[in-house]
Design a protein around this ligand. Structure first.
Ligand code: PGA
Length: 265
């Protein structure tokens, strides 16, 4: 477990935005805005659409830009007759390091179940990449007091059958669905409470040693103005950022959350 620490992990989930030329521009801008001091403190992952991966990979490697390459999804099989899908070995060949799995848009729009997501997590781990597994409740579930039980069940089902040593590079992302793309961020206290719950589930399903080193991100309308408050909470070890990651300036300000005290302005 030695290498896996809880350095903040700040991830840019671009969703279905930015073609490969636009992607290149944003990555280059970001590389000027983010300093060496920033990357000494924070791990940064960029998750572009599949069509941009090779371009972003080449830019990161040729210019030695210290961001990790990420993907937004993966198919659970290694290869085969799955028209339109992309496998974990294909991503790994492009030096993809982190793969988002089980994002709520995959669950809600594309009908991904916990059972499928569980297979995807295993495919990512088997191919020596690092899953960012997303969990989170809907507004309805929160209103009816089910947030904790929904998130607990998602974690139990999506992590089923994994061995402790396969969790070494696991990141979990708590993303309340009502906060995604809506501008309604969870309060820092609510986000902390749910991230602490996520950690306690990992402790009870595996061990407190694993729970202590597992990074837990918060996602859902993270912006430069709320990043510091969220990231200063003890169980929030990073952010999964959608909308605010599409522009280099705002994503860089989130990465530099320690420097920007917007509350004080
Ligand atoms: P958002 O998206 O930052 O635009 O709310 C977050 C996510 O879906 O990961």
């Amino acid at each position: 477990m030695a290498e896996s620490t809880r350095r903040p992990l700040i991830s840019a989930n671009w969703k279905m935005n930015l073609n490969h030329l636009e992607a290149l521009k944003v990555v280059q801008e970001l590389s000027y805005l983010v300093s060496k001091d920033d990357v000494d403190e924070v791990d940064i992952t960029i998750h572009p659409p599949f069509t941009d991966l090779r371009t972003v990979q080449t830019a990161l490697e040729s210019d030695k830009i210290p961001f990790y390459l990420g993907a937004q999804n993966v198919h659970e099989a290694e290869s085969g007759a799955f028209t339109g899908e992309v496998s974990a070995p294909m991503l790994s060949k492009l030096n993809v390091r982190y793969v988002i799995v089980g994002h709520s848009e995959r669950r809600q729009i594309f009908g991904e179940t916990d059972a499928v997501i569980n297979k995807k997590v295993k495919a990512v781990v088997k191919n020596e990449m690092r899953p960012i597994l997303c969990v989170g409740e809907t507004q309805e579930q929160r209103d009816s007091g089910e947030a904790e039980s929904v998130v607990t069940q998602q974690l139990q089902a999506c992590l089923k059958g994994l061995k402790e040593d396969q969790l070494e590079h696991l990141t979990l992302a708590y993303e309340p669905i009502w906060a995604i793309g809506t501008g309604n961020t969870a309060s820092a206290d609510d986000a902390q409470e749910m991230c602490a719950l996520v950690r306690s589930v990992v402790a009870s399903e595996f061990s407190s040693e694993v729970a202590d080193v597992t990074r837990i991100q918060y996602g859902g309308s993270v912006k430069p103005t709320n990043a510091a408050e969220l990231l200063n909470k003890p169980d929030i070890d990073g952010a999964l950022v959608g909308g605010a990651s599409l522009e280099a300036q705002s994503f860089a300000q989130i990465v530099q959350f320690r420097l920007h005290d917007f509350e004080a302005l």
